[in-house]
Ligand binder design. Sequence first.
Ligand SMILES: [Zn+2]
Length: 256
Amino acid sequence: MKIRSITAPNPGPLTLDGTRTYILGDTAVIDPGPADERHVRAIAEAVPHLQTILITHRHADHAPAAGPLKKLFGAHVLAPDDVLDDCIVDVRVHDGQIVAVADTKLEVIATPGHTSEHVCYLTADGDLFTGDTILGQGTTAIFPPDGDMADYMRSLQRLRARSPRRIHPAHGPTRDDAVALIDEYIEHRLQREEQVLEALRAGATTLPEMRERIYQSLDPNLHTAAEIQLAAHLIKLAAERRIRQSNGGYTVAREE
Ligand SMILES: [Zn+2]
């Protein structure tokens, strides 16, 4: 099956060069993108026989263009719970569901973590559409409370177990080294978790102290985002009783 992509004109620190809308064959798209007139027009021109719109998660740079495209083409919209209104979404997808689109079949894989409802789509040929669960470069942002680091790390393992051949992320380039990329993502999170524990053992107790130790010479504009990522790790570690919270600070639970 032919896979093409169109990048939305929404570049930024979290969207990289912009949201990639994938076109499957001649009739389906995954993640139509932001409700940006130029982007909607570009999709309409590239897929004049659009029938199916699939969505990975609810974020504003992924889902909203489904509205205007549905209006233009009467296309069917498939999305997990909590994405757009029921008047736009025709079918709510769930883990394990098989959906027939273009001339192929896609399996829905629930991958909570980046958001609670996030799903990925996998073809029988091993093409994996990862939305924001895995990006073509850099790392995925996990913003609690909806973002959940423990769920996210389990989702990476689930994708790893499927041994995909290619990863088509919503941001950044398609990657042919799919399994190696997933391994890198898993390794990065485990390493970060270890760094958080190290920082706590070394006496850091607050998020800014931990951030200073772990992210040295970070652009000040990214300080808050970095601290939120660390908070996501702390929530996971606290749930696992590997750290304790007291008096507004954190300490490592007694280790064997
Ligand atoms: Zn997102």
